[in-house]
Ligand binder design. Structure first.
Ligand SMILES: [Zn+2]
Ligand SMILES: [Zn+2]
Length: 275
């Protein structure tokens, strides 16, 4: 048994399982979300990294905006996500999730489960997000998330409470469905999935496209460059993790034309330099 498993068992020993689950989920969410934003906040202070900013002309990652978004997101975590997390334990147990038992599932069991959660969330998010661009829904709900046309990491969860609730279904729906049909899912796998999901969301909003950013070594990954365009243009690129749904449903046409234009401009610039 690994030391992590022993630690996990000790966390639950003689304690209320629902309470420990609540603390684990809430604290890990805070640490991972804000912790993932830190490298980007540091990057903001390093002039040589500014050439990796996707939008060079629109600067919205000002201290004032970051502070405003930080306060909004923190309030939303306490007054919206915390109650959602309170409801998580009874629902998860009802659907058959393993919570405190050890050993943890093997990697070969976890990987396909997490892959399924990614695919489920991406598909759900694609359609829910597309729906939120429909007139009244956009005006009353989704507009808040689009306040920043050049987003930054902290703004990943900057959204109307209804949007947080609806899109949260995509994140937690995969694990619950999996539980319902297989009765074979551990809380630790769900937590690893949520960690990846938070990493994905913060990276997508970071506003930076570094050479080491995920989509540069995983071409079907959406990443920052994909979602940044959505914020800049208020259309196209509705998916979260993968590029395939936007490609299949043709909601990447303007984005592809934009990329083509950028490519042409770069080429013309290079030609002018050599003349
Ligand atoms: Zn949108
Ligand atoms: Zn966004």
């Amino acid at each position: 048994m690994t030391s992590l498993e022993t630690y996990w068992a000790s966390l639950f020993e003689d304690r209320n399982e629902a309470w420990v689950t609540l603390m684990l989920l809430f604290i890990s969410h805070e640490v991972i979300y804000f912790g993932r934003c830190v490298p980007y906040l540091i990057a903001d202070q390093i002039p040589s990294l500014q050439r990796y900013k996707i939008q060079q002309k629109t600067i919205q990652n000002t201290r004032q905006n970051q502070w405003k978004v930080f306060r909004y997101v923190l309030l939303s975590h306490f007054f919206l996500e915390l109650p959602m997390i309170v409801g998580f334990h009874p629902i998860a147990v009802h659907f058959g999730m393993t919570i405190s038992s050890i050993p943890f599932p093997t990697l070969s069991k976890m990987i396909p489960q997490i892959f399924f959660f990614f695919v489920f969330e991406d598909f759900f998010h694609y359609w829910a997000h597309r729906a939120m661009h429909y007139g009244p829904l956009y005006k009353h709900i989704h507009k808040i998330h689009h306040e920043f046309s050049a987003p930054f990491g902290l703004a990943a969860e900057y959204a109307h409470p209804i949007e947080v609730l609806v899109l949260g279904i995509g994140t937690i729906g995969g694990p619950l469905l999996w539980c319902y049909f297989t009765h074979d899912l551990h809380l630790i796998t769900t937590m690893i999935w949520m960690t990846f999901r938070l990493f994905q969301a913060v990276e997508a909003h970071s506003g930076y496209d570094f050479p080491w950013s995920t989509h540069n070594w995983l071409p079907f990954w959406s990443g920052s460059e994909h979602h940044d365009y959505h914020h800049m243009a208020f259309t196209n690129n509705f998916a979260t993790s993968f590029r395939w749904w936007d490609h299949i449903f043709g909601t990447n046409n303007k984005y592809l034309a934009h990329k083509e234009r950028q490519k042409k401009e770069r080429l013309e610039k290079a030609v002018r330099k050599t003349q």
